[in-house]
Design a protein around this ligand. Sequence first.
Ligand SMILES: [Zn+2]
Length: 465
Amino acid sequence: MTYDTVITNSHVFSSRGMVDQNIIIDDGKIVGFTNDVPASDNIIDGHGLVSIPGPIDTHVHYGVYSPINRAAKTESHAAAIGGVTTMMRMLRLGGSFTRSLQSQLDAASKNHYVDYAIHASIFTQQQISEMNFCVSKGVRSFKIYMNLGGEVGHVYMDMPPDSSALVAAQVDVTDEIVEQTVKAAAELDCPVLVHAEDYESCGCGIKTAKEKHQDGLSAWSSSRSPEFEAKAIKTVSKFGRDYDCVIYFVHIGSERALRQIEEEKKLGTKIFVETCPHYLTLSYEKQSGYLAKVMPPIRTENDRKAVWNALSQNLIDTIGTDHVANQLKLKLGGDDVWGALAGFPGIGTAVPILLNDGVNQNRITLNQFIRFTSENAARIFGMYPQKGALEKNSDADITMIDLKKEKTVSSDLFGGFSDYIVYEGRNLKGWPVKTIVRGELVAENFEVVGKLGHGKLVERKNSMF
Ligand SMILES: [Zn+2]
């Protein structure tokens, strides 16, 4: 028989280690590994490259500042160039899921270059009562924003498809909403993703800092102290234990938060931890301007080192980018740090940053890199071994990396919606050069060559941990 594709000459790296074999692909799946070259329609030459399981970005905001039918196109373009084969959307809707989820799913289904999955944010009692509806539509994880409420309850929801008007909203994610969400998720056997910052404390912190006329990223950090993260971590971890629910902490970037999480794990809460590339690379001590404003804030050099340390000891499970597809004119709307928009793009730079700062500088091994960028996420979110593995019958989601390739980061490299990037001008060594999603080459040498609409919603099962 003739297979669809054979990848030759690459080093194949998966959790079972490194093998120098050819990968046979048919019908979007890996069908085997061989030492010969069987007949095939396509050959992808991987000489000098390492084939790894396609990275999964667990944390992506798109559809907020442009509608999903456009955002999926631009941001999955950036994902493909950055070597990401599955992007997980943080869906934020204000009203009823039964009314607005289907149109989001339909608009997304035709506009991705890479595969995607969805976490649904929960803000109201009505949405809690519709979590089972979300599960019936393939949305099997839920996000709560403990940072949103009271004086800091303002948020932009995702736009309806085809719209272009921002959807401003005011929400109150009270402890009651948090507890009820955790309870409902436990009954549905779904993990809850938690933005852990106590909104009341943050509201006070911001008010005080503004009264003192403080400015800059250091003021932003001190107004949202790591203590406020620890407080929220404590609250939700208790609910996690009470209802036996898996808690997944998104974007952990401070030593204090990491320490609190270890304490809660000892008390018996089932916890997974995500960090973001910016907590590994940036601190307010070294970063000027407002571009790197984000929630939770980038912290000190000491915190940055603590996050690397936790990662190297496998106390962190996943890397999500917290990518926000926004633009400069929105980002720098005010005259000071308080007026700037939080969040920045990062889906294209996650893989090269981890290769440059992590693998190539011996902070983490390539084996750890694979677990942090794909395998753990696939297990936690019910996609393993369809995703996150290079095994027979897995989806042929394969990213081929060149550990020696050097390139300077610029925002126009990725073709996303954003017109800036916090890493502009940074030279990185170690880049993805071929991105393959279910057997189709979607990006090669910083060009997207795939078909729009190839990306599909991943069918998920229960968590595999
Ligand atoms: Zn986020």
